[in-house]
Structure formats: structure tokens, C-alpha cells
Ligand binder design. Sequence first.
Ligand SMILES: O=C(O)CCC(=O)C(=O)O
Length: 276
Amino acid sequence: MSKEKYNQLVNEGYCIFENILSDALLDQLRSVTDQLCENMTEEHKSYFRSQGSAFRTYEDPVFAELISWQLSLDALKSMGFKDSTFTSGYILSKPPHSPPLFWHYDWFGWEDPSTYDPRPQQVFFMYYLTDTTPHNGCLRVIPGSHYKHNPLHDLIMEPHAGEISAAKDLNRPEFSTRPDEIDVPVKASDLLIGDSRLLHASYANNSDERRTVITLWFQPDFCDLPERIKAQLASKTHPIPEDWSPEVQEMVRRLNPKYDGNAEPYGRVLYQRKSG
Ligand SMILES: O=C(O)CCC(=O)C(=O)O
């Protein structure tokens, strides 16, 4: 078992598995995402100026291969997780010389008491398609902020609100430098796993090259989640494109969470400081 990685994920909120993707898959992903970004509308560009783009990962069947990539699923298993499911994914591609990504978390079940356990309910898999550094927009995180209150929680507005996505005011706290932040540079073939509650952001891309990341959302132990969270996650699962071949659809469908209970899904509940 990867005890060290598990401990880092639980205590700091993230960990890295090196050398996970093949060169062939990386090349295919670069070519599909570059093409997608070339055809981006002006409206999409300006709405998602801070992210760069926000396409779903159902734009091409190559993403089924990425979602079901065995070495990555094995990485979760190696940390002791036994029942991993997949709900959704996005392509965030920063063009050359573009602004930073705002500080945010990606968890919306804060009403549930289990939300304050250090163990993750949901994790991101981030695959950067280029090596990253502070110069071209690597990730920044605040270790431990996935379950401990941080002063930044009191300063940020609703994550992904239009105003911050469009990066209209870079003086907002969502774009600030934090005293407890750290850089998380990676290599293009690495798998970066992080807790969806973790406060994270990325640097501006000051390079002359596009910097693309594909973010996939997994629930490492879906079977152990509280009923209302199961219902919430199952209901937000992105539908698989019907024009994909049945075999390719199945590669993803077998990973989607199944929930047939009667619990009411939580709505979109923002961060609230733990009471008591
Ligand atoms: O663009 C990045 O580096 C990070 C992407 C991100 O924060 C996300 O997908 O939630």
C-alpha cells in the first residue's frame, strides 16, 4: 500500500504519482485539446478568462481512455481505496500570457458533518499536458485547508462565480498571494491527486505556450459516503455521449456511481465554518 501517498493526501490534501501516462496518450490528448481550443468562441474565452477554458471531457472518445486509465485507478487502489467512481471532467487550457486561476475549492456538500473528516469524499485527478512551473501556471495549494479552517475561506466569494471566472478584478482576494501557499509543479506524465475541498489556484501563464490541464472527478470510496452525498454525486454525473461506440461508453459507464436509494441530494452548499 502507498502509505506515504495516502498520508500526504489525507493530511496535506494532495499527492503525486509520477510517470503514469504514456507518451502516445499524451500526444493524442494534446492534439485533441489544441484543436478544441483553436475553435473556442470569443464568448467562451472571455467568460472563462481565469480558467482559460472549461470544456467537458466528453468532446472526444480519447477521454474514455484517460478516465479508465488503469495505472491511475491502481494508484487509488494502492492507497487502500476500494470502490472508486467517476462523475465528470473538464479541460482547462490557459493560452500563452493569460491571468492566474482564482483560489477556490470544488466541494459542495459542506452541510454534511462528514465533510470535516480529513479523509477525502471526492478527489481530482489532474493531468497537465506540459511540464509545469510557476512561470507557465503550475498549481498552488494551501496544505491542510481541505478540512481545517483557513482565513482565506472568509475572504473568497462563491467559487466559479462569473465575475471571478472572467478575471475582471485581479485585486480580489481570490487572486491574492497567501502566506501559507505552496507550489505544486509536475511533469506532463504525472498524476496529481487532490481533495476536492482543498483551497487551490494556479499561477498566470507567462510563457509563449498553451498550458492545458485535464481535471477528472473521482470518489475514492463511494460506497462509504453518506446517503445524501451519494445522491448528490450520482445526480451530477455527466451523461456519456450517445454517439460513442457501446464499448467506449462502457469504459466510462462501469465507473459511474450508481445510487438507487431515496435520499434527497444535497443542493449546492458552500463552505461554512464547522460549528461547535
Ligand atoms: O488550472 C489549473 O491549474 C487548476 C485547475 C483547477 O483548479 C480545477 O480544475 O479545479
